[in-house]
Ligand binder design. Structure first.
Ligand code: ADP
Ligand code: MG
Length: 247
């Protein structure tokens, strides 16, 4: 369970002599134990923000507070431990290793610390939970896109991270497969009581209990519950929205 507060966050990339201000003062809060969606056009800074939240990159300025403590004040070792133990990251293109089985792909981040029989069993159990009990020994090339993303979900959730970050996890999947993947992700994250932040284009994945943060040109322009978003959309002149009322 983790609460995140983002204050005046800036990220500037340098391309040759050109500076590109990708995040231009993000202010946002992500309450614990909840599903948050970050929605915005391509190039608006969604992935950049997600990397900063997972401490995979450093902001140019501004603060990210994790449970009231500024990330920038943490020692390097503490930040490494946070990345390793507390954050589960899921990518759009699965990022699986082609030469490893599904089971080993789930275990690979944990190999440097040494694998226990217990952890191998937990990984197998988790793969069973996402419907891949008969695919433990399959390599990614023998798995469908939806199956590969379920392996990536198991990999991200094995250590029961407090924070789950997903960058367009259904972006490569057809809509039915995307819904299945989201159902597994939601079930496991709710069970583990994780704070979940998902970048998506597909608003049909949201339920009324979720939060929506809209990003545009490196700024959060709107943060509200999906229920409120749906109510606004339902009023005359409100924008279209496809928030479902059931999980
Ligand atoms: P989104 O995920 O919303 O599509 P990104 O955060 O990936 O947006 O990128 C926002 C902008 O920042 C894009 O214009 C992209 O080209 C640029 N950008 C992202 N990463 C880098 C980088 N490492 N170096 C230079 N520019 C980058
Ligand atoms: Mg992106």
């Amino acid at each position: 369970m983790t609460r995140i507060c983002v204050r005046d966050l800036h990220k500037t990339y340098h391309r040759g002599s050109t500076a590109v201000d990708v995040l231009r003062g993000i202010d946002c809060e992500f309450d614990s134990g909840q599903f948050h969606f970050i929605v915005g056009p391509s190039g608006s800074g969604k992935s950049s923000l997600l990397y900063l939240l997972g401490s995979l990159d450093e902001p140019t300025s501004g603060e990210i507070e994790i449970d009231g403590r500024s990330l920038s004040s943490w020692k390097e070792a503490e930040r490494n431990a946070f990345r390793r133990n507390d954050v589960g990251f899921i990518f759009q293109n699965f990022n699986l290793m082609s030469n490893l089985t599904a089971l080993d792909n789930v275990l690979v981040p944990y190999m440097p610390a040494g694998l226990t029989t217990d952890l191998r069993q937990q990984a197998a159990d988790l793969l069973k939970r996402v419907g891949l009990g008969d695919r433990l020994d399959h390599r990614p090339s023998h798995l469908s896109g939806g199956e590969q993303q379920r392996v990536a979900i198991a990999r991200a959730l094995l250590k029961k991270p407090k924070l789950v970050l997903a960058d367009e996890p259904t972006g490569e999947l057809d809509s039915q497969t995307g819904r299945d993947v989201m159902r597994y992700l939601r079930e496991l994250c709710e069970e583990q009581n994780a704070t979940v932040i998902i970048v998506t284009h597909d608003e049909s994945h949201m339920t009324e209990r979720d939060f929506v943060h809209r990003i545009h040109d490196g700024l959060i322009v709107d943060s509200r519950s999906a229920l409120e978003t749906a109510q606004v959309a339902a009023t005359p002149g409100g924008s279209n929205s496809a928030v479902s009322s059931t999980p």
